[in-house]
Design a protein around this ligand. Structure first.
Ligand SMILES: CC(C)(COP(=O)(O)OP(=O)(O)OC[C@H]1O[C@@H](n2cnc3c(N)ncnc32)[C@H](O)[C@@H]1OP(=O)(O)O)[C@@H](O)C(=O)NCCC(=O)NCCS
Length: 207
């Protein structure tokens, strides 16, 4: 299985795969070419030709980076090259049978509540809680220990920082960054950064 990425996030992905898929033969993609943190212990590939050759033996890949835009790009490119995405399931998670989250990566110790819908390529990092009827778009990252309370809606390509809390029913647009430790109490428009308690907009992204 190809782990697409070779930095710190990939270290955590590696740990999950070693424990949950011990039979997998693992190798890494490092597009920058240095081999990242892994070149001493695992094969590291870089070029499209190497990816194509590797996919002939095993087309499975997992995203090994956290950034929403990079995840989207890698996901699309690797599928175009014949790859088959594998979505992580960490240990110690409680996932409701009524949740639709089959195309999201879910790290260790997460809670995913009933009637939730989590889009393709989302990353639910360690210890995050996604409560009842929450809807997440595509490639949104929920950082460690964040709490997304009931009926919240979050768009695509958002980054929700560690240990933040989104209060029930709040709607957050696309491309939104929420700083670590923020408590979001009101709806948030597209393409802004929100920080603090209560959360306030500190930046608007230029379109
Ligand atoms: C919000 C964040 C993305 C930075 O955004 P930014 O647009 O680069 O903001 P800046 O660093 O320029 O900071 C702007 C102001 O917001 C404040 N600020 C930044 N992050 C903050 C936070 N999380 N809570 C409260 N205030 C914060 C800064 O102190 C600064 O205040 P000042 O203007 O009074 O000096 C970053 O600080 C953050 O919280 N990242 C989350 C990290 C994380 O959770 N990673 C998980 C990895 S798995």
């Amino acid at each position: 299985m190809l782990i697409a990425g070779a930095g710190g996030h990939a270290l955590e992905v590696l740990d999950i795969l070693i424990t949950t898929k011990p039979e997998a033969r693992l190798f890494f993609l490092d597009e920058s070419g240095g081999g990242g943190l892994f070149q001493d212990k695992y094969p590291v590939i870089q070029t499209e030709t190497e990816i194509l050759r590797a996919f002939e033996k095993d087309p499975c890949f997992v995203l090994g980076t956290g950034k929403p835009a990079t995840r989207k790009k890698l996901h699309g490119n690797l599928i175009c090259l014949g790859g088959k995405p594998f979505y992580l399931r960490g240990q110690g998670c409680v996932i409701s049978p009524s949740s639709d989250c089959s195309e999201a990566d879910i790290f260790n110790l997460c809670f995913i509540g009933p009637n939730t819908r989590i889009g393709t390529g989302c990353l639910i990092n360690s210890g995050a809680q996604i409560h009842h009827e929450v809807v997440l778009g595509e490639f949104t990252e929920i950082s460690p220990a964040s709490v997304i309370l009931g009926r919240v809606e979050i768009g695509s390509f958002c980054f929700i920082g560690a240990n933040s809390t989104i209060l029930p029913g709040v709607k957050i647009g696309n491309n939104v960054t929420v700083g670590a430790g923020t408590v979001v109490t009101r709806d948030v428009p597209d393409s802004v950064t929100v920080v603090g308690v209560p959360g306030r907009v500190i930046k608007v992204l230029k379109s």
